[in-house]
Write a protein that binds this ligand. Structure first.
Ligand SMILES: NC(=O)c1ccc[n+]([C@@H]2O[C@H](COP(=O)([O-])OP(=O)(O)OC[C@H]3O[C@@H](n4cnc5c(N)ncnc54)[C@H](O)[C@@H]3O)[C@@H](O)[C@H]2O)c1
Length: 339
């Protein structure tokens, strides 16, 4: 039985606790969060034996094999270092850090600890819709990949206070889509070009110094191209779709709905809206994701999403931000050499 500690039990920490509780071979041994008001009541409701305000109690506990880092993004690096040093396997929510040098540092530390599993939370890779696209590509059903289109729209924008500490749309929101582009195309990116604006909430620009609507185009080494469109608002709900066009055909996926009924009346054909947001849409993916982390620990295998994966998408996110600022295409090699 693998014993796990969850550090940070806000939105995503609770999602992972729920996902872990569905697995048979793992015990949530402790949780830690300095702010969650009634952490002990929550722990009791989940039959978790230990609840702390200070996460260091989890790091220092020799009974615990693995930690989940579900705290705000700017704490991931420091907690990762402590967890790795204490010999614990780590599942870290995206992003590992917002600085490329720090992500590389984590990679070095993981490499130095032979057999330590460090997995990063790119949950969409474990969603059956996206897995279906990946599978069709891998078995050659659509031939050589030429064009990828990824659409990702949130139902409504987060508060400006969140935007200010998020690292910006490319690193906070589009990072999932940048990872998906790599996952589907499966080769290195050559360049990226970005446009963006604050069309949803002007305060996101004036106070948050960010954008809420963006398009990027990515060129890959083979010449394959990808377009990603993001919006922090969709009047009809959480919109998550992709299409991959290849030399032998095309495959696309779609949104999830609470039911698939179609009302057909004189006003038109009416269906349910897509499921509300990421927790509803990706709950099954979170369960599969965390089961793969546990499996990697049990089998002493490699995690399916590594620090290198996190680094690749972060480089694209950083390059996109520079492209937006400077109004030019950014070569990824040029960007890397600058750093
Ligand atoms: N993969 C995904 O789908 C996904 C979805 C949402 C968030 N995230 C990522 O997860 C992270 C957390 O996001 P969230 O939306 O759950 O935020 P949140 O604010 O809802 O929760 C974060 C929790 O961490 C706690 N915390 C802060 N400092 C702590 C510390 N030192 N020790 C222990 N707990 C601490 C806070 O009190 C809070 O309860 C972010 O990095 C975010 O990018 C990923």
């Amino acid at each position: 039985m693998i014993k796990v500690g969850i550090i940070g039990v806000g939105r995503i920490g609770v999602v992972h606790a729920k996902a872990l509780s569905k697995l048979g071979n793992v015990e949530i041994y402790a949780i830690a969060d300095p702010v969650v008001a009634d952490i002990e009541t929550y722990a009791q409701s989940m039959q978790i034996p230990n609840a702390y305000k200070d996460y260091k109690k989890i790091i220092d506990d020799k009974n615990i094999d693995a930690v989940l880092i579900c705290t705000p993004s700017d704490t991931h690096y420091a907690i990762s270092i402590e967890a790795i040093a204490s010999g614990k396997h780590v599942f870290c929510e995206k992003p590992v850090d917002l600085e490329i040098s720090r992500v590389k540092d984590i990679q070095k530390r993981v490499d130095a600890e032979n057999g330590l599993v460090y997995m990063v939370g790119f949950n969409r890779r474990f969603d059956k819709e996206f897995m279906a696209l990946k599978n069709s590509i891998e078995v050659g059903k659509i031939g050589k990949v030429e064009l990828v289109q990824i659409t990702s729209r949130d139902p409504s924008p987060p508060p400006v206070s969140y935007v200010k500490q998020s690292g910006g749309l490319f690193s906070d929101m589009m990072i999932h889509d940048l990872d998906m582009a790599y996952y589907l195309v499966n080769q290195e990116a050559k360049s990226i070009f970005a446009v963006g604006n604050a069309l949803v909430d002007p305060k996101i620009k004036t106070e948050g110094q960010d954008i809420d609507t963006a398009i990027v185009t990515i060129e890959f080494e083979s010449g394959a191209m990808c377009v990603i469109t993001n919006s922090r608002r969709a009047a009809y709900g959480y919109d998550q779709r992709a299409e991959v066009h290849g030399s032998q055909g095309c495959i696309m996926n779609g949104n999830h709905f609470s039911n698939h009924s179609l009302l057909m009346v004189k006003e038109g054909l009416i269906s349910e809206k897509p499921l509300d947001f990421f927790i509803e849409r990706y709950m099954d993916a979170y369960v599969l994701e965390i089961s793969k982390f546990v499996e990697a620990i049990e089998t002493k295998g490699k995690p399916p999403v590594s620090v290198i994966d996190a680094l690749r998408s972060l480089v694209l996110a950083k390059a996109a931000a520079i492209s937006l600022k400077e109004g030019r295409k950014i070569l990824i090699s040029e960007f890397m050499s600058d750093k």
